[in-house]
Design a protein around this ligand. Structure first.
Ligand SMILES: Nc1ncnc2c1ncn2[C@@H]1O[C@H](COP(=O)(O)OP(=O)(O)OP(=O)(O)O)[C@@H](O)[C@H]1O
Ligand SMILES: [Mg+2]
Length: 226
């Protein structure tokens, strides 16, 4: 299977000297195309640090990141990361962070409009995505009129709007009850398989682990298979 992501020797230290913290210690990780992987580990293990490095949000100190065959980081950024991120990477956080004055559909449309996709086309794709997440009958609702689980589904649909190669989600279901958390994970996996998007999800919810294709565990800045 084709590799969507390959990262090697990722290191990151916060601070200096005796008071410094090693958040990533020679981390290696790879994701196959369309693979949906969970990342577990205790608080402070370095999970968010790894996600922000792979998502080209905050650079590691050293190492190498190859996305879809392009070397994007090799001891420093090797591409225009902003442009690369916008067309290849989606991110979902613990809070949905939807724009409150836009409807569900408009929130999903926004990244496409920023990418100069025509109104008709972005509208159709937004509706298609909302349908995939069982939200078609809420497309005209504002975020304040949606439940937490519904808001999070809109946020995931938005993150997938530009058909990214990679989707990173940092505890996307932490604020949801376990039934809704599982439902959201299952929908995310189905859509990822359909669109051949690779997904890496940080989660503390061990009850929904059977949803994932593979499980990784991180501890003290090091990563291993579970
Ligand atoms: N901006 C920062 N400045 C200094 N230290 C930081 C910073 N961000 C993270 N750290 C440290 O790096 C380590 C890893 O943090 P990180 O946020 O990646 O952990 P995590 O696995 O996501 O934890 P959690 O499950 O609590 O979200 C921690 O010891 C943390 O204190
Ligand atoms: Mg974290």
């Amino acid at each position: 299977m084709k590799q969507a992501l390959l990262a090697e020797n990722l290191c990151k230290r916060y601070g200096r000297g005796d008071t410094g913290v090693t958040a990533m210690d020679n981390v290696a990780i790879s994701l196959d195309t369309g693979e949906v992987v969970a990342l577990l580990g205790p608080s402070g293990a370095g999970k968010s640090t790894l996600l922000t490095a792979l998502g080209l949000i905050r650079p590691p100190d050293s190492g190498r990141i190859v996305i879809d065959g392009t070397v994007v980081f090799d001891n420093g950024y090797k591409t225009d990361v902003r442009a690369f991120r916008r067309s290849n990477i989606g991110f979902v956080f613990q809070k949905a962070n939807l724009l409150p004055f836009l409807t569900a559909r408009e929130n999903v449309q926004l990244p496409m409009e920023l990418d100069d996709i025509s109104g008709g086309k972005s509208r159709r794709r937004a509706m298609e995505l909302l349908e995939q997440f069982g939200m078609e009958n809420r497309q005209g609702f504002k975020p304040s009129e949606l439940s937490g689980g519904q808001q999070q589904r809109v946020a995931i649909a938005r993150a997938l709007a530009n058909c990214p190669k990679l989707l990173f989600a940092d505890e996307p279901t932490a604020a949801l009850d376990s039934v809704m958390g599982r439902k959201v994970m299952e929908m995310m996996k189905r859509v990822a398989h359909d669109f051949q998007t690779s997904v890496l999800v940080v989660t503390h919810d061990t009850r929904a682990l059977d949803v994932f294709d593979r499980i990784l565990r991180m501890e003290d800045g090091k990563i291993g298979e579970k």
